[in-house]
Design a protein around this ligand. Structure first.
Ligand code: HDE
Length: 708
């Protein structure tokens, strides 16, 4: 049943009586509910309300052609043929969720933004995570930057913080954005490769444009292949302003810090997941929210006083640089919780139209030219996606939770019916309504004097390497190795001339890094040409990020087969479940026939790359079965590959009694870190297993270059 259209009452008229309570955590949900469509127990009609039988088209005789007068057929096909809107030119693949933001305290000394001024006030939010380069159907786990776009539905209108999971950005001038995106997207002649930068044009551009190297290193590290979206940091990237009621301003960088910890995939694992389950990240977010394990992020800022604008070695307004946390610490302002999945993907996640120009009183822009370019660009892109309609902000997901009044008129798909003869200001006929508001957006009165129009950049932007060094130096050894591996893979897909040019750029960052990468590319090791002074900062290493104190949401595969020790399997399953983890029995066939275990995945339908950890119970004949399995239910040696992958992807592996044989047969080091061995599934064993799962990955298990 279609609900009555609330536009006229809730959106465009002067009455705000039917709006949800503003500034409440569920205000947006209440607003959206008015648009839900429930078709249970309804009879089918056309769009114009005629009841129809949709099972047959109207034909000239049983074997005859469909008649043109079949209005129901015509209308159904018309609608189907137009179901698609253009996908986003970047960030096409995404997943969204609703939630709320709660400010820790009154931040009036920093900002006039109301949603940051009432302690514990809940402001509804909608977040869309995305990859950048891939098209809408591309795999989730490709190596890429990821978008982290948040809309706050505040009592002063929408604030869209359209950020990324990587702190710096590739280029500092918006005019270069189409170039870098074209370089990363599939080649225009053959439209390959999809969803990634491991190809000639991407690295041709990076090598030509060394200001990209800082961000390239982030993308080559674990930051480019996060384990899931719940374990990603978010960055506003640009320097913004906060502005108080008294028009005092500070510079800020916005950051999201996940309470779930940070973690990344191993590249081999990421590639396998891209085949085994291309929806891995979107399913992860959906499942956690559906099970009530709501992901949380602290939202905060790094604050720089106006007087310190020029106090850094880098330019504060240069988005290819970050502010090291060792210099300016993170100040948490509040917490965001995502607690509701979308009801309809298209209506919400696809139709949400983020815009960098959606800003609220108390938050201000800076002269960062990339930011300025973005404020301009996002309007255009939405009009294109919304097929030319300038009324896209009236879509349910886009409406603010406050009334909207203006003299705009018409446009495709105008949903409201504005009354009266006046559509201009000033007017006497309508008493000057909508009248000029009193508490409007605070344009910070920044002084811009004596400037000359010029096509040039500030010299400080020319330092492309200091922060690339800072990032590389701040990684732990295993993370550096993953970065080197990533570079060998990506640049290794390029032709020789590009490989050589990229090694030269890497050599400007660090000679050791360049030599290591070169060794895998058939490029001669370069001589040292630049010093790396060895500076580091906290806040850059994923491995050093604080871990949560629990194992909630960690997925654990419990390997079973006929003859396995079912009692141990069950006890471990129950323990993990009681700790909030998501254990799953993996077996030979689905169902409950094997020892009454509820087997929901098989060695054919799943794979260890889809879990955070693996547990192998004992049981002689069961292990023997897994070792010698040669049947039509799953590929031969799949159980061995299961543990080999878990091992080389640095995952915790629990194993009791005869289960060890599986590891031995696979030639894996049973004394390696993260292998939790035991002879009984008792309290001590479970505590050890829990601790290993909490650690999530044992990076020291991965070989380093020196060991190879
Ligand atoms: Fe975007 N970007 N971008 N971008 N961006 C888009 O807008 C653009 C940039 C980011 O989940 C587009 O709605 C320009 C930086 C996210 O719906 C488009 C420039 C950052 C999303 C666009 C940038 C981002 C987008 C495509 C350089 C991190 C997905 C579809 C000046 C701070 C939002 C759309 C969502 C989307 C333009 C650079 C993040 C074309 C011109 C820097 C998370 O308007």
């Amino acid at each position: 049943m279609r609900m009555s259209c609330p536009f006229t009452s809730a959106f465009r008229t002067s009455s705000s009586s039917s709006l949800p309570v503003q500034g409440e955590g569920d205000a947006k949900e209440e607003q959206l509910k008015k648009y839900y469509i429930d078709e249970t127990n309804t009879e089918e009609t056309t769009l114009f309300g005629q009841k129809v039988d949709n099972t047959q088209s109207l034909k000239a005789g049983r074997r005859g052609p469909t008649l043109m007068e079949d209005f129901a057929f015509r209308e159904k096909m018309m609608h189907f043929d137009h179901e698609r809107i253009p996908e986003r030119v970047v960030h096409a693949r995404g997943v969204g969720a609703h939630g709320y933001f709660e400010t820790y305290q009154d931040w009036s000394d920093l900002t006039a933004a109301q949603f940051l001024r009432t302690p514990n006030k809940k402001t509804p939010v909608f977040v869309r995570f995305s990859t950048v380069l891939g098209s809408r159907g591309s795999p989730d786990t490709v190596r890429d930057v990821r978008g982290f776009a948040t809309r706050f539905y505040t009592e002063e209108g929408n604030f869209d913080l359209v950020g990324n999971v990587i702190a710096p950005f590739f280029v500092h001038d918006a005019i270069k954005f189409p170039d870098i995106i074209h370089a990363g997207k599939p080649h225009p002649d053959r439209e390959v490769p999809q969803a990634g930068t491991a190809h000639d044009t991407a690295y041709d551009f990076f090598a030509e444009f060394p200001e990209t190297i800082h961000t390239v290193l982030w993308a080559l590290s674990g930051r480019g292949i996060p384990t899931n979206f719940r374990q990603c940091e978010g960055f506003g990237v640009h320097t913004y302003r906060l502005v108080t009621e008294a028009n005092k301003s500070v510079f800020v960088k916005f950051i999201w810090k996940p309470k779930q910890g940070l973690c990344n995939l191993v590249w081999d694992e990421a590639q396998k997941i891209a085949g085994k389950d291309i929806d891995y990240h979107r399913k992860d977010l959906y499942t956690a929210i559906e099970r009530g394990d709501y992901p949380e992020w602290e939202f905060g800022v790094q604050i720089v006083q106006e007087k310190d604008e020029m106090a850094f070695e880098f330019d504060l307004l240069d988005p290819t640089k970050l502010i090291p946390e060792s210099i300016v610490p993170f100040t948490p302002l509040g917490k965001m919780t995502l607690n509701r999945n979308v009801t309809n993907y298209f209506a919400e996640t696809e139709q949400v139209t983020f815009c960098v120009g959606h800003i609220v009183r108390g938050i201000g822009f800076t002269d960062d030219s990339l930011l300025q370019g973005r404020i301009f660009s996002y309007f255009d892109t939405q009009i294109n996606r919304m097929k030319g309609s300038v009324n896209y902000m009236t879509l349910p997901i886009n409406q603010p939770v406050v009334p909207v009044h203006n003299n705009y008129r018409d446009g495709a798909m105008q949903m409201g019916i504005p009354k009266g003869e006046v559509a201009y200001y000033p007017n006497a006929l309508q008493g000057n309504a909508p009248r000029i508001a009193e508490k409007t957006y605070l344009d910070y009165p920044e002084k811009i004097d004596n400037v000359t129009k010029i096509k040039a950049q500030v010299p400080s932007v020319d330092d492309h390497y200091s922060q690339a060094q800072l990032f590389y130096n701040s990684l732990e050894e295993a993370e550096k190795q993953q970065l080197v591996d990533g570079a060998r893979f990506e640049i290794g897909k390029c032709r020789m001339e590009i490989r050589e040019r990229m090694v030269k750029i890497l050599n400007q960052v660090d000679n050791g890094l360049a030599r290591r990468v070169a060794a895998g590319l058939g490029v001669s090791p370069p001589d040292r040409v630049a010093e790396n002074p060895g500076k580091t900062s906290k806040g850059l290493s994923i491995a050093a990020y604080p871990k949560p104190d629990n194992i909630r949401t960690r997925t654990v595969a419990i390997m079973t087969a006929p003859g396995i020790n079912a009692a141990d399997a069950k006890a471990t399953y129950d323990f993990l479940k009681s700790e909030g983890a998501y254990p799953e029995y993996v077996g030979v066939t689905l169902g409950n026939d094997q020892d009454d275990l509820d087997i929901t995945a098989t060695y054919l339908t799943t794979s260890s790359v889809l879990y955070d950890a693996v547990y192998i119970p004992g049981g002689d004949s069961g292990i023997e079965y897994l070792l010698t399995a040669n049947n039509s239910f799953f590929p031969a040696e799949e159980p061995l590959l299961f543990v080999i992958d878990a091992f080389r992807h640095a995952k915790p592996i629990g194993v009791t009694n005869e289960g060890v044989k599986l590891l031995e047969k696979a030639n894996l080091d049973i004394n390696a870190p993260g292998i939790v061995k035991g002879s009984a599934v008792d309290h001590h064993y479970f505590e050890d297993l829990k601790e290993a799962i909490r650690q999530q990955r044992f990076w020291s298990r991965l070989p380093l270059d020196e060991q190879v």
